[in-house]
Design a protein around this ligand. Structure first.
Ligand SMILES: Cc1cc2nc3c(=O)[nH]c(=O)nc-3n(C[C@H](O)[C@H](O)[C@H](O)COP(=O)(O)O)c2cc1C
Length: 151
């Protein structure tokens, strides 16, 4: 099994920490999903209605990503990690996902959050990973909670 952990993390590196530990556990490759224009702290202040995060969310905006994964086709299992934003995956994760062919891949979705559960996160991401089988999706605080995925 060749696995890839692809993650986006913006605020405090919480998702990054889980992703790194998971990649070590899986002995898999690690890839950071980055927007072409990095988020500043002001961009993430959702309390401000005009903040970038709110404009992107309200406009359903495509958020261009930096770079790409050349050997994506070689991975049969992909772990996708991100912080829950507004009850689902951030738009930049959708933009990342729709650039690749997911046919036949096994996908595990993990997220960190400020308290929200996984809710409909996986269902909302599915149109962007069509052809993949979503094996599991959950909100976690650390990679130990994902150990069952490794076995
Ligand atoms: C724009 C934005 C929207 C968010 N929406 C939610 C939400 O709907 N539910 C929730 O529990 N946390 C929400 N959060 C909090 C993050 O999910 C949480 O802080 C996460 O662990 C941050 O991970 P990171 O450090 O990897 O970016 C939101 C944060 C931001 C910046």
């Amino acid at each position: 099994m060749k696995s890839l952990v692809a993650y986006f993390s913006a605020e405090a590196g919480r998702t990054a920490a889980v992703a790194k530990d998971l990649a070590a556990l899986m002995e898999g490759a690690l890839y950071e999903i980055q927007p072409s224009v990095p988020y500043t702290a002001a961009d993430l202040k959702w309390i401000n209605p005009f903040a970038r995060c709110n404009r992107e969310k309200m406009g359903g905006k495509d958020v261009p990503v930096e770079g790409s994964i050349g050997d994506f086709g070689e991975y049969d299992t992909v772990f996708i990690g991100f912080p829950i934003w507004y009850g689902c995956a951030p738009n930049v994760v959708n933009s990342f996902c729709k650039a690749y062919d997911w046919t036949g891949k096994k996908v595990y979705i993990f997220a960190t959050s400020g308290g929200s559960g996984i809710g409909k996160t996986a269902e909302k991401l599915k149109p962007y990973i069509s052809g993949a089988e979503v094996v599991d999706a959950k909100v976690v605080r650390n990679a130990n909670e994902l150990k069952s995925w490794v076995e």
